[in-house]
Write a protein that binds this ligand. Sequence first.
Ligand SMILES: Nc1ncnc2c1ncn2[C@@H]1O[C@H](COP(=O)(O)OP(=O)(O)OP(=O)(O)O)[C@@H](O)[C@H]1O
Length: 277
Amino acid sequence: MANQPPSIEVQGLSYKFQDGSSGLEDVQMILPPGSRTLLIGANGAGKTTLLRLVSGKRLAPTDTIAVGGTDPFKHGLEGVTYLGVEWVLNSIVRTDIDVPTLLASVGGNVYPERRDELVEILDIDLRWRMHAVSDGERRRVQLAMGLLRPWQVLLLDEITVDLDLLSRSNFLAFLKRETETRPCTIVYATHILDNLAQWPTHLVHMHLGKVKAWGPVEDFHSEVPQWTSENSRLGELVLKWLKEDLQTRGPRNGRQNQAKTYESLEGLGGYGLEKPS
Ligand SMILES: Nc1ncnc2c1ncn2[C@@H]1O[C@H](COP(=O)(O)OP(=O)(O)OP(=O)(O)O)[C@@H](O)[C@H]1O
């Protein structure tokens, strides 16, 4: 998939976790080459599960996922970058190490132009030592490391939460430029919609392990007939989806469930905790 932006095609994908519980159910979506997709859904909707399967980190049933026409699990991860929780928790970025060494360790000297561009965009101070930076500063270095090699598919599982508004805006603009200037495709799972109105080309709405809707952004415009700005239209659309999802699902811990849970704790002899009144 060298000179073509890859498409991401998922057809009839169901997935069960090791404990037998259902992770995904009959997921279907087709994201065209060069698209920038926002993956939307409440906590627990299945976004991370889906991204990990698409990245090839987990084995999906045969013939359910094709990235650039090939199965990402069978044919290796070349060109597919997944930045998620594991990436964020990597402990090396908390040690007493300097930024140039870290960037060199992921190919900074092979791609000096990309390295310098990312350092500028993410406003990274090359004198930082990683044990003595803030969470947001650390995140910026991590993003530069993760994005340095010119990926063809980027699967981004909300790791921009601690970026300040300007850094996040620069970062999103950089990603947009990437899809416009070289063959690559992005899927971004996020709950933060600030300044994202002009960013996505496609939306995917997940609920309880299923894809409820997917398609080009314009297809969803009619769902929010009144809005005050493009930003609020996206926000209102997502708020509408999440409210509908909550109504369908019901609260996770309705009063009945709470009573059952506390009863079962009492049966275990308790943990020395006060029972809530
Ligand atoms: N290893 C596992 N075994 C069993 N269930 C799991 C496992 N990992 C996740 N789940 C469950 O699968 C569901 C989907 O989880 P997932 O992490 O994909 O959600 P998400 O949409 O990414 O949520 P968030 O927005 O909170 O990151 C959740 O209900 C979660 O509890």
